[in-house]
Design a protein around this ligand. Structure first.
Ligand SMILES: Nc1ncnc2c1ncn2[C@@H]1O[C@H](COP(=O)(O)OP(=O)(O)O)[C@@H](O)[C@H]1O
Ligand SMILES: [Mg+2]
Length: 225
């Protein structure tokens, strides 16, 4: 079958303001104000019978953020919740591929993931973020993007020695051999949350038990629970 080329744009089409045509109206390009929206976050989430929220898992590398985040998402899906898992490591190969691990880059990494989480809550979703996010101040910046109660900070609390022992990706081994710089917990500080909504002490239970404790806190957000 022959593929059809799209017809060339004529001036009439561009004047109708088709989205792919250049806009002649300067104000649209220069006005930094947000565009008004007619459909609200509340309306979008109502069709999912859930209240949008952000579950922010913070902790050292190897603490168990990705493991618990994945299990929790699976359990929430089984209860009819519409979720998305934003995993720091995965985002570093896409959205954040230009960022490294200096303090400045980590800050920008957290800022971007916070903004994406915000957009996804606007879409009505329950967002699970799994991100070392070592600095208190940056986590606070993200918390402030959300309405009180909608940002749930979860400290995945695993002592450094246990993380080094687990070393699921062999990163501690490489960092201790100085093949990796700026490693949180070794060369850079990790600032534990002072008043997280939940603390998961992973030495006190299995990943499955940790995920169960996590979804308990999400229960009020999902009607079908
Ligand atoms: N109770 C627990 N909770 C979470 N992970 C655990 C637990 N006990 C052992 N682990 C193991 O610890 C490792 C955590 O790795 P990962 O989830 O990738 O950490 P992070 O995403 O925080 O860097 C996994 O290999 C997991 O199987
Ligand atoms: Mg991870």
């Amino acid at each position: 079958m022959m593929s059809q080329a799209s017809p060339p744009l004529n001036s009439e089409e561009t004047n109708r303001g088709m989205s792919y045509a250049p806009r002649s109206d300067e104000t649209i390009l220069t006005d930094p104000k947000r565009q008004p929206i007619t459909v609200t976050k509340r309306e979008r989430s109502m069709i999912k019978a859930q209240r949008p929220a952000v579950i922010w898992l913070t902790g050292l590398s190897g603490a168990g953020k990705s493991t618990i985040g994945n299990l929790a998402e699976r359990k929430l899906l089984a209860r009819g919740a519409h979720t998305i898992l934003l995993d720091g490591d995965s985002l570093r190969s896409g959205l954040n591929e230009d960022l490294g691990f200096t303090s400045l880059d980590r800050r920008e990494n957290i800022r971007r993931v916070g903004e994406v989480a915000k957009l996804m809550t606007e879409a009505g979703l329950i967002v699970i973020c799994a991100l070392i996010s070592p600095f208190r101040a940056e986590r606070l910046v993200v918390r402030r993007l959300f309405e009180p109660g909608d940002f749930i900070e979860v400290f995945v609390d695993t002592p450094l020695e246990a993380c080094v022992e687990r070393d699921p990706k062999g990163l501690y081994k490489r960092a201790l051999a100085r093949q990796i710089e700026n490693f949180t917990g070794l060369h850079q500080p990790y600032e534990p949350p002072e008043r997280p909504e939940l603390i998961l002490r992973t030495l006190d239970g299995s990943p499955d038990q940790m995920a169960d404790r996590l979804i308990e806190i999400v229960q009020p957000f999902v009607s079908s629970f």
